[in-house]
Design a protein around this ligand. Structure first.
Ligand code: IYR
Length: 225
């Protein structure tokens, strides 16, 4: 197997004072704690540049063997959004009326979700996130990617944080199964849709469920000396 290694370049790294590091970590946490999953979206448009910048942040994610095995389809076209809504609602109807086991329906009941997904047409942008199981290399042969779900998950997390930081609201939507998205968006079979990220402004007076988050000691363990 031939392999070309990358040449090494100096790392750009800014060494900070510990006090400033803590301050930054606190400020970032405070901002991110304000992120909530929104289901009531306004139809107010957003500039494409905002989406582009946040997608560049997503693309900074680490990935298995640096393959960057993701594709983000950003959709604002009303016709395409309508098709996505119709496809998703068809799957969701199945899910809510027969496919979902009772324990899953019970877990969702407090959120009040159902098969109706008006936000898929109303929000200005849908970002459909695909993982690339394979890619076609320069010689035209199929190359396997690694840790695709993990890599795309990290990229999606960064995207959600970037969109929130930019002042936008998001909803992670997971119609299941999602194959219909390949067809609507003309994506190849080597790509698997992972989720639809709904992006926009919240509706005025949007309501969200009064959920709480686990405390530090509930979700961590420290193994110091
Ligand atoms: N995909 C369905 C069901 C759903 C599942 C989970 I887990 C949620 O946290 C929310 C919804 C839907 O989008 O309605």
């Amino acid at each position: 197997m031939e392999s070309d290694s990358f040449k090494s370049i100096p790392l750009e790294f800014e060494l900070l004072e510990e006090a400033e590091m803590v301050e930054r970590a606190k400020a970032f946490n405070e901002r991110l704690q304000k992120r909530r999953t929104v289901r009531d979206f306004s139809d107010k448009q957003i500039p494409r540049e905002l989406i582009e910048q946040c997608l560049l942040t997503a693309n900074s994610a680490p990935s298995g063997a640096n393959r960057q095995p993701w594709h983000f389809a950003a959709v604002s076209d009303p016709g395409k959004k309508k098709e996505i809504r119709e496809g998703a609602e068809e799957e969701e109807r199945e899910f809510y009326t027969s496919r979902a086991p009772q324990d899953w329906l019970d877990a969702l009941a407090p959120l009040g979700t159902d098969q109706n997904k008006p936000f898929l047409e109303r929000a200005p942008y849908l970002i459909v996130i695909f993982g690339q199981k394979f890619e076609i290399d320069k010689k035209g042969s199929k190359q396997k990617n690694y840790y695709v779900t993990e890599s795309v998950g990290i990229a999606t997390g960064l995207l959600i944080a970037a969109l929130h930081n930019a002042g936008l609201a998001t909803l992670t939507h997971t119609p299941s199964p999602m194959k219909f998205l390949n067809k609507i968006l003309d994506r190849p079979d080597t790509e698997r849709p992972l989720m639809v990220l709904v992006v926009g402004y919240p509706e005025e007076n949007a309501q969200v469920p009064a959920i709480s988050r686990k405390t530090l000691d509930q979700f961590t363990s420290f193994h110091d000396d």
